[in-house]
Each structure stands twice: as structure tokens, then as C-alpha cells.
Write a protein of this length. Structure first.
Lengths: 387, 311
């Protein structure tokens, strides 16, 4: 009894859950083999694949995640498991394609995706346990991104269907990636340029805050599809009515309406967090600043802004992650971006083309969130929370 | 010299401060004391124009405060408040340097001044310069708040309940520190409090405010001995008046030749301390020492005579 309790105390509860889920996922088809890119494929179990050693690595990795500590061992377990997954894909795909016909496609299936999620959760759990500093997290983010780029660039995964979709659209992919980044970061910059001064004004004038924030909240409640739809007649009319508007690209469909919709969605988080951040200054500090002879501008720059910066940056983080995701819908109105592939894929029922749009979007949103979190941490320079 | 000339503040038709006039000499502490709502804080805030007077005028060394822009005026007047109001994102050194920075002092002069002030407030500069306010105790933070208010050697230091957030023991020490530093620097201070004990302990002059009016402006001894109104008498606390009076008089004033048994008291201790020592140890007199040598004794009879002297 006590022995069990002692053994139980040394185990990580999430680790046990991850191991159970992971073992379950190993019993689900790991990859699919389809005759061509449209039809549904047939599931292939992990033990029928070449490179079965990868499965052993996955199991070993999940086992390393079981003990409560050391955390670095759990991190190594997660990385070992991920390497195992990669090995299975790299070794399994050519084996399946061998003799399957000219148009045959292989893709990762439910088993792969579940294991990927479980192992990434294990990694996140181990990292949370280690609570690395801002610099360390930056290095980790760069290392993971670099490894991913290396693997994709090496061509080891080129047998996978989604990579074949990419190979067929190499130029379009680059173009839409740039477009997607332009939509997300451009709308963020525009929203910051408009929203930040607006937030400062709202902070200074409560009566303005009373009107602006409800309007922005209302904008936020418009469903994204409806918002993009609304932009079409609106900007179409502007393009027709205002001379020169069409020349700079303002039209009912395309980049302009998508960009404008994203900016409108971004205003509430930017303005709201600016107001909240500036209002978080301790009243006594503000009174002292006034009493010692700081002008309103000096109080803003020297006291309110530095103290509110973490909250303001959190607003920008929300906007960036939200817009990276929302920009996908821009594909629907010809705004470009990764959404182009998603909607083409939906039209052609080509799942892997959808993934070609969706996977980079997810990766982008995830890394943007981590990078912004690091930035927010760096701006909290005071050692402990102040009273 | 600070001259307050029939200054009035009207809020929504009510007079928060009603035609108050008084003068504070350079190098003295004036304590403005009153209950909450008496207008004492409003009076203080009109001096550095955090509140604009409805009528009347304040002159600092002869210059009207209305003649300069408020933020320029405030840089010449130190301001310390309850709960210190330190900037949580700045180190102790940057907090103290706030006003000199606004005044564009050269960097090395600022650094020198910060260390000088930390020394003055018995805080080791090497140890405290780089700390953040959250890493200070309440008493330390309060001292940094006062040091910040004194940093640019202001003509006048305004303090609004500066010790209100401190516990009694630390408050007493902070009051002693302030008195010591004020004597040393010769600063002119106006301090607001609701605590008559504090007013008597710190003030060269005490101004009692009631319902917006200045009801008495006099030395602490005068306030205790001859309260101008019932309200002032209440503030002083009728029962404690003799003890408060005795607490203002040093032993050196009643020391007489002769010897006494038991533990000695220094000559600058108050008659209240001597009375307390006599009662507690059952003595009729206590020996008095100055600079380590005996100078005589203080007798209960002499203490009683001083307590009755006001009649």
C-alpha cells in the first residue's frame, strides 16, 4: 500500500495521461495510402510500416515522460518521441508508395496527429516545469523553428502528399506566405497606429471611452465571414466612387477589404488593453508624479506607459495571433494568404491541399504567441509585483 | 517665508477652505492638523496648485505662486504623500533623481545628490541605490519618498499625512528622522496630519483647521495651554493636556543641583519621560546627565511646578 503510494508520488499525473493517450494512439492507423489525391485512403497501422524502430522511440519517449522529475529527462523523452514520429514518416512513406501506382499518395493519419499532439503536450508540460527564462525560451523557439526548416528543406518528407502539393505550388506558396504575413503584421501595425493614440485619448477622456469602446466591441461581435462579406459592397463602392482609389488597389475583393476587416477586428484589443494598461498605474504614483511637476506628457511617457506596457503588448499579442488565424478567411474574398490553399482544397476535396494552408498558419500563430509572450515578459522589468 | 493670504476654495457652492491666512517662517515646520473634511489637505494642495484657489494668493519668498506655470512651480516644491507614491518600475536611485532629472541636472551631480540623501536617511547607498520599491520595507519606502521630495533642495516641502501608512513604532522613528533632517538642512516644511500627537511632536507651529477655517495658529505649548476653541481643546484631548505639555519641555530647564538614586536620564529627555521614570520606579527624583557627566537631578516637585505654571 505504502509502496504504491510512494511509486504514485514519483509519477507525473499528466505524464501518465500522455502515456495512456499515446499508447491508445498507436493502435489507430498511423498513415493512409490513397490511389490519388482526391479519394479517401486506406489506413496503415504503425506495425506494418518500415522504420518500426520509430515506434519504439515513441514508446520510450512516453515512458521517459512518466516520472515527475527530472524535468529535463521528460523534455528529452518528448524530443525522442518526436524524432520517432519523424523517423516513421521518413521510412514509412517510400515503403508504402513502392509499387502503389503513379498517382498514389501517402499522408499522416489520425494516429500520427494524435501522437504529435500528445508529445507536444508532454514537451510543453516539461518546459513549464523547468520554467525557462525569456532568453532560454527565445533560443528554444529558434532551435525548434530551425530544426523544422532543416527537416522540410532536406527533402526527407517529400514523399508525403502535403509536400507533393507544396512541390506543385512552390512559387504560389512563397507568394501566399508573404501575403499572409503582410495581412497579419500589416493589419497589426495599422491597428497599433490607430488604436494606440485612440487608447491614450480614451484614457484621458472618460466620456470618449464611453462611446468608443462599445462601438469597437460591437465590431468585434460581427462574425468574420459577415464582416468580409460587408466589405465587398462597401469597398467596391469606394473603389468606383473615389477617383484613384482603384489605382491603389481599393476594390470590393482582394487585399484591401481583407486588410480593412482585420484592422477593424484588431481595434478593440489594442484600444481596450491600452486603456486598461494606462489605468493600472498606482494612483499614489500618479499623484506623486503630478505633485513633483511632471507635465501630462511626461507622466504618460515616464510613468503610465512603462507601467502599462505589459498589458498593452498583451493586446498586440491577442491581435497578432487572432489575425494570423483570421487571415485564412481572406482567401475567400481573394485577399490571398494561406487561406487560398484551404479554400482551393475544400473545393477540390483535396485534404492535403487544405493542410498545406492550415499547417503553416498553425505554426505561425503558435510561434507568434510564444515570441510575443517573451516580449511581454521582457517588459515586466520590476523584480516583484508592486503594490 | 511662505505667506498664505486669505485663500479660499469653493466646491459646488460649499467653502472647503474659507479665507485662511497664515505665515510660515523659513526653516520651520508648520503642522496643519484637523479632522477629515476640515479642508487641511485642500489647503496644502493649493500651495503647489494641485488645486487652484477660488480666491486668495500664496507667496513663496515674496513671489506669487500664480505667476508661474503649475508644473514649473511644483518642481520647486517638494511633495511627499501617504503611501509614498514611489514609481514601482524605477530603482530607488531613479526615484530620488526624478525631480533633478526634470530640472536637467548633470548626471554626476544627480548621482552625488542621490548618495548624499541615502546617507542622510541612514540607507547604505551601495545597498539601496539599485533596489526597486517592492524590495523595500514600508519604513524604507517612506524614507525614499521623503528623500525624493527633498532631492532638488526645494524652497518648501509639503507633506500630506506622510506617516499615515506606517505602524506606530516605525512612525515614531520616521518623525524623529524628519525632525533631525529638517534641523540639519534648515528646510521649510508644511505637513498635514489628523494626529495631534504628531503635530505637537513635530511642529514649530501648529495650525488647527475646523470646517474650512483656521481656528488657531500657535506654538504647540500655546495650543495645549490655551486652546482657542472647544474644538481645539477636544483635539488636544483635555485629559492628556498636562502630559502633552510636559512632553514639550526638556529636563535641562528644571535640572537642579543635587544627587538622586537609580538610572539617569539625558538632559534633552522630556519632563514626561522623567515623570514616567519617577512613577514607575517609586523615586522622588531622577539623576540627569549631559554628555556622559552628571549635571544634577530633576525632582517630582519641580515637574509638578512646571505643569501648574500655565495657570
Amino acid at each position: 500500500m505504502t509502496g504504491w503510494a510512494r511509486a504514485g508520488a514519483g509519477l507525473s499525473a499528466p505524464g501518465v495521461l500522455f502515456a495512456l493517450l499515446g499508447c491508445g494512439a498507436l493502435l489507430v492507423p498511423f498513415m493512409t495510402l490513397a490511389a490519388n489525391r482526391i479519394v479517401a485512403g486506406e489506413g496503415v497501422m504503425v506495425w506494418s510500416l518500415d522504420g518500426r524502430a520509430g515506434a519504439l522511440a515513441v514508446i520510450a519517449g512516453l515512458a521517459l515522460g512518466l516520472p515527475l522529475r527530472p524535468a529535463w529527462l521528460r523534455l528529452i523523452g518528448a524530443m525522442l518521441g518526436l524524432a520517432g514520429l519523424l523517423w516513421l514518416l521518413v521510412q514509412g512513406a517510400p515503403g508504402l508508395l513502392d509499387g502503389a501506382g503513379e498517382y498514389a499518395r501517402v499522408s499522416p493519419a489520425a494516429g500520427f496527429w494524435c501522437l504529435l499532439v500528445v508529445l507536444m503536450l508532454l514537451m510543453a508540460d516539461a518546459l513549464a516545469q523547468m520554467s525557462p527564462g525569456a532568453a532560454m525560451r527565445g533560443v528554444l523557439l529558434l532551435a525548434v523553428g530551425g530544426a523544422l526548416a532543416l527537416i522540410l528543406g532536406s527533402g526527407a518528407l517529400s514523399d508525403l502528399s502535403v509536400m507533393q502539393e507544396h512541390a506543385a505550388r512552390r512559387d504560389a506558396f512563397m507568394r501566399e506566405a508573404v501575403r499572409h504575413l503582410g495581412l497579419a503584421f500589416g493589419s497589426l501595425a495599422a491597428a497599433a497606429l490607430i488604436g494606440f493614440p485612440l487608447g491614450v485619448l480614451c484614457h484621458r477622456r472618460p466620456e470618449l471611452r464611453g462611446t468608443v469602446l462599445p462601438v469597437l466591441s460591437f465590431l468585434q461581435t460581427i462574425p468574420s465571414l459577415a464582416m468580409f462579406g460587408l466589405m465587398i459592397p462597401l469597398l467596391g463602392w469606394v473603389g468606383d466612387a473615389v477617383p484613384g482609389a482603384q489605382a491603389i488597389g481599393i476594390a470590393g475583393i482582394g487585399f484591401a477589404p481583407a486588410f480593412l476587416a482585420l484592422v477593424l477586428y484588431s481595434l478593440l484589443p489594442v484600444v481596450g488593453n491600452t486603456v486598461a494598461g494606462l489605468a493600472a498605474t498606482p494612483p499614489a504614483a500618479l499623484e506623486a508624479a503630478r505633485g513633483m511637476g511632471m507635465t501630462a506628457g511626461q507622466r504618460l511617457i515616464r510613468v503610465e506607459l512603462p507601467l502599462g506596457l505589459p498589458v498593452i503588448l498583451t493586446g498586440l499579442r491577442i491581435v497578432l495571433v487572432q489575425n494570423i488565424g483570421l487571415a485564412v478567411i481572406a482567401g475567400l474574398i481573394g485577399g490571398g494568404g494561406f487561406g487560398t490553399f484551404v479554400f482551393q482544397g475544400l473545393n477540390q476535396t483535396a485534404t492535403d491541399l487544405i493542410l498545406l494552408g492550415a499547417l503553416p498558419t498553425v505554426a505561425l500563430a503558435l510561434s507568434a504567441a510564444i515570441a510575443m509572450d517573451i516580449l511581454v515578459d521582457l517588459t515586466r522589468r520590476t523584480p516583484r509585483d508592486s503594490r | 517665508m511662505i505667506e498664505i493670504d486669505s485663500i479660499t476654495k469653493v466646491y459646488n457652492g460649499e467653502k472647503a477652505v474659507d479665507s485662511v491666512s497664515m505665515t510660515a517662517e523659513t526653516g520651520t515646520i508648520t503642522v496643519i492638523v484637523g479632522t477629515s473634511g476640515s479642508g487641511k489637505t485642500t489647503l496644502l494642495r493649493m500651495i503647489n496648485r494641485l488645486e487652484e484657489p477660488s480666491s486668495g494668493e500664496v507667496r513663496i519668498n515674496g513671489d506669487s505662486t500664480a505667476d508661474v506655470k503649475p508644473h514649473i512651480l511644483r518642481r520647486r516644491i517638494g511633495y511627499a504623500i501617504q503611501g509614498h507614491g514611489l514609481f514601482p518600475h524605477h530603482t530607488v536611485a531613479r526615484n530620488i533623481a526624478a525631480v533633478p532629472e526634470l530640472l536637467d541636472w548633470p548626471k554626476d551631480k544627480i548621482r552625488e545628490r542621490v548618495d548624499e540623501l541615502l546617507d542622510l536617511f541612514s540607507m547604505e547607498p551601495d545597498q539601496f541605490r539599485g533596489r526597486y520599491p517592492a524590495e523595500l520595507s514600508g519604513g524604507q519606502a517612506q524614507r525614499v519618498g521623503v528623500a525624493r521630495a527633498l532631492a532638488s533642495r526645494p524652497d518648501l516641502l509639503l507633506m500630506d499625512e506622510p506617516f499615515g501608512a506606517l505602524d506606530p513604532i516605525i512612525r515614531t522613528r520616521a518623525q524623529e528622522d524628519l525632525r533631525r533632517i529638517q534641523r540639519r538642512l534648515g528646510s521649510t516644511i508644511m505637513l498635514v496630519t489628523h494626529d495631534m500627537e504628531e503635530a505637537i511632536r513635530l511642529g514649530d507651529r501648529v495650525a488647527v483647521m475646523d470646517a474650512g477655517r483656521l481656528v488657531q495658529h500657535a506654538s504647540p505649548a500655546e495650543i495645549i495651554a490655551n486652546p482657542a476653541t472647544e474644538f481645539v481643546a477636544d483635539m488636544v484631548g483635555n485629559v492628556e493636556r498636562p502630559l502633552r505639555l510636559l512632553s514639550l519641555i526638556p529636563l535641562s530647564e528644571i535640572v537642579e543641583d543635587g544627587a538622586a538614586e537609580g538610572e539617569a536620564l539625558p538632559a534633552d529627555a522630556s519632563l514626561r519621560d522623567a515623570l514616567s521614570a519617577c512613577l514607575w520606579t517609586g523615586r522622588e527624583a531622577v539623576p540627569v546627565v549631559q554628555d556622559g557627566s552628571a549635571v544634577g537631578c530633576a525632582t517630582l516637585a519641580a515637574i509638578r511646578a512646571r505643569a501648574e505654571a500655565h495657570r
